[in-house]
Design a protein around this ligand. Structure first.
Ligand SMILES: Cc1ncc(COP(=O)(O)O)c(C=O)c1O
Length: 371
């Protein structure tokens, strides 16, 4: 399977939205409070893969897709997604109105997810330009406040109408967007999941397969009623080591070092995680990738150690954990975070163009040469 669209940067022509759709955006105002998913932008990007090639995405009205009840993805879950954000440019480092964060890394991970599920990759230039064009069209709905963003959700699913247990021959690529408030602005409670596993060796844990998330819902639902916000998953083999949260990678600060589990085929290579590792040295932090046993964490908390636990991901940026619990009735509180808020502020400064970052992290929307 290969992608046929393969043009030089800046030469991909994404079909623009109609004047009527553009006018529809101008008539909208942001909800207050903004929340998450309360307002979907009225424009989405859409493309189909048929007869061995991707068509060029077009910007079109956000409306239901017509799917046959025997659409492949509905039965066999051949579906992937990305989660990324466009931030209002609040600095003077770039000219553009908004900035995408590390869009080529998201494109690359999207294609790794696609390949893992036997789906056709999308040309990275097409992926990034599609996002840029969508953001440029709905610029009015990119929130202006610090830590708010336009959350972007590229997704791909098998669209063939057939019940055979084989990969689809047709695929749908769609990108929707929603103005979003910062998530988890106050510390969260994490549930150490000891019954279910998120990912097994050789499985799909290291990509963004839709089914990974569905498999967490049954475990998470009752915990939300008890005030917990995220599941903290352990390795499926020994139930000994921290892997990650349902939608964030995990870090602990202890003994003067920040540690995060090394990547494996059961951990999603988070772009925020990677950013933190890259920022460690400039920020003067001692960071390491190492296995962290859950008992090491719990013993340290019980002993009253100066320890910090936090999650990181596109949605939350950085979410400090104030308490952990598990099914045995364990309930432990952690000291107030010290490093996590500093890291969060630094990353958000980068997201908003207020602080410089490595090349390619801050991607100015709409400044690429148009054909
Ligand atoms: C399972 C999982 N781990 C980690 C992350 C964090 O990844 P990123 O920083 O790229 O958003 C996410 C969110 O995408 C996730 O779903």
């Amino acid at each position: 399977m290969s992608t046929v669209i393969n043009r030089d940067a800046g030469s991909v022509r994404i079909a623009p939205a109609s004047e009527e759709l553009k006018a529809g955006v101008e008539n909208l105002t942001l909800p207050d409070p903004l929340g998450f998913g309360n307002l979907m932008t009225p424009i989405m990007a859409l493309a189909y893969y048929r007869d061995g090639s991707w068509e060029t995405p077009r910007l079109t009205a956000l409306e239901p897709l017509r799917l046959a009840p025997h659409t492949q993805a509905l039965h066999y879950g051949q579906a992937i997604f990305e989660g990324m954000k466009a931030y209002r440019n609040l600095g003077s480092l770039f000219q553009s109105r908004s900035l995408l964060f590390r869009p080529y890394d998201h494109a690359n991970r999207f294609n790794r997810s696609a390949r893992r599920l036997g789906m056709p990759p999308i040309d990275e230039e097409v992926f990034v330009e599609t996002l840029e064009q969508l953001v440029a069209h709905v610029d009015k709905l990119v929130p202006n406040k610090f830590a708010q963003s336009l959350y972007l959700r590229p997704a791909m699913f098998g669209a063939t109408d057939h019940l055979s247990v084989t990969p689809s021959t047709e695929y749908c690529f769609v990108v929707v967007a929603t103005p979003s408030d910062a998530f988890f602005t106050t510390p969260i409670k994490a549930w150490i999941e000891r019954r279910y596993s998120r990912a097994g060796a050789g499985g799909t844990g290291c990509v963004k397969a839709a089914g990974n998330y569905a498999a967490s819902f049954a475990a998470a639902a009752p915990l939300r009623e008890q005030g917990f916000h995220q599941l903290l998953w352990l390795d499926a083999n020994s139930r000994t080591y921290l892997e990650e949260f349902t939608a964030m990678n995990v870090f602990i600060r202890w003994n003067g070092k920040l540690a995060t589990p090394p990547l494996s085929d059961t951990i999603l290579p988070g772009i925020t995680r990677d950013s933190l590792l890259a920022l460690a040295e400039p920020l003067g932090l001692d960071m390491e990738e190492r296995a962290v046993a859950v008992n090491e964490l719990l013993d340290a908390i019980r002993a009253g150690a100066d320890i910090e636990l936090f999650g990181c991901g596109t949605g939350a940026v950085i979410a400090p954990v104030e308490a952990v619990g598990d099914e045995s009735g364990l309930r432990l509180c952690l000291p107030a975070p010290t490093v996590a808020p500093t890291l969060r502020k630094h990353l958000l400064d980068i997201h908003h163009g207020l602080a410089p970052a490595p090349k390619g992290w801050q991607w100015p929307v709409g400044t690429r040469k148009q054909p």
